[in-house]
Design a protein around this ligand. Structure first.
Ligand code: ADP
Ligand code: MG
Length: 247
C-alpha cells in the first residue's frame, strides 16, 4: 500500500516567522514514524497543519491519497486521524472512565452529542483500554488527582477510544518520570503491533525515539534536516550538531 500521509512542499508562516519551509515527509501505514528536532524547529506546527488546525501557505497534504489540506479538524478526524497535545486536555473533575466516554464523539458524532449517555459497549471498551494503559484501578478517581504521567496515559487511552487509523502524538513522554516512560513506550508499541494503529510521534527524547520509530524525520529551523531509520539518524552529524547547538 502507498503512504498513509504524504506531505509535499509544505510551508507555514506566522507573520514574519517561517515555522515550516518546504517540508516533504511520508508516513507509511502500519509503522511508527518519528519527528524530532530542537525546540522551536517546527514540529508542532507541522502536526497542526496535518490535522487541519490551521491552513498552510503552500504545498499539499494527502491522507490515504486524498488531499486534506483544505479540510478542517473535525472532517479530518472523521477520516480516522486523531492527535494528542503537548499539554493534556482532560477534565480534571471527571473520573477517568467519564473522560474516556466523552472523548468518543471526537470522531463519531457532532459536538452537540457530547454529553448524551453512552451505550454499554462504549463503557466496556473504555474499561478495557484503561486496563491496557494500567489505569483500571484508578478509573473512578477524579482525573485531576492522577499524576501528570498518568494523565498522559489517560489521554492516550482517550485517543484510542476513537479507534484511529493513525494517531499523532505530540511529545507523549514529556514531563513523565523514567519508570512510567518505559510503560508508555511499551503501550505505544503494542498499540501499533496489536491494534494495527499507525503512529506518528513527535519526541524530544532521542533515546525514546530511537527505540520506538521505524523511520525518523529531523527538523531544524523549520526545515527538513535529515530522514532515515534510527541507526542512520543517530549517527548523522547534522542531527547531532542541531541537538548540541540547541543546548
Ligand atoms: N500560533 C503561532 N503564532 C506565532 N508563531 C508561532 C505559532 N506557533 C508556532 N509559532 C512559531 O513557529 C516556530 C515553530 O514552533 P513549533 O512548531 O511550536 O516548534 P516545536 O514544536 O518544534 O517546538 C517557533 O518559532 C514558534 O514561535
Ligand atoms: Mg512542540
Amino acid at each position: 500500500m502507498s503512504n498513509l500521509i504524504e506531505v509535499r512542499g509544505v510551508t507555514k508562516t506566522f507573520g514574519g516567522v517561517v515555522a515550516n519551509r518546504d517540508i516533504s515527509i511520508d508516513v507509511a501505514p502500519g509503522q511508527i514514524t518519528g519527528l524530532i528536532g530542537p525546540n522551536g524547529s517546527g514540529k508542532t506546527t507541522l502536526f497542526n497543519s496535518i490535522v487541519g488546525y490551521h491552513p498552510i501557505d503552500e504545498g499539499s497534504i494527502k491522507f490515504k491519497g486524498k488531499e486534506i489540506s483544505k479540510l478542517r479538524v473535525q472532517q479530518i478526524a472523521r477520516l480516522g486521524m486523531v492527535r494528542t497535545f503537548q499539554q493534556t486536555r482532560i477534565y480534571g473533575k471527571l473520573s477517568g472512565i467519564n473522560n474516556m466516554l466523552i472523548s468518543v464523539p471526537h470522531r463519531n458524532a457532532s459536538f452537540g452529542d457530547m454529553f448524551r449517555p453512552y451505550g454499554h459497549e462504549h463503557r466496556e471498551r473504555a474499561e478495557h483500554l484503561l486496563e491496557f494503559v494500567g489505569l483500571y484501578q484508578k478509573r473512578k478517581l477524579p482525573s485531576g488527582d492522577l499524576s501528570f504521567g498518568q494523565q498522559k496515559l489517560l489521554e492516550f487511552a482517550m485517543a484510542l477510544m476513537n479507534e484511529p487509523e493513525i494517531l499523532l502524538l505530540d511529545e507523549p513522554t514529556a514531563g513523565i518520570n523514567p519508570t512510567l516512560i518505559n510503560g508508555l513506550i511499551d503501550r505505544l508499541k503494542r498499540a501499533n503491533s496489536e491494534f494495527g494503529i499507525t503512529l506518528f510521534v513527535i519526541e524530544h527524547n532521542m533515546r525514546v525515539i530511537m527505540n520506538l520509530a521505524h523511520e525518523i524525520y529531523c527538523l531544524a529551523h523549520g526545515e527538513l534536516l535529515a530522514s532515515g531509520p534510527p541507526e542512520k539518524i543517530q549517527n548523522d552529524q547534522r542531527v547531532i550538531d542541531a541537538y548540541l547547538g540547541a543546548h
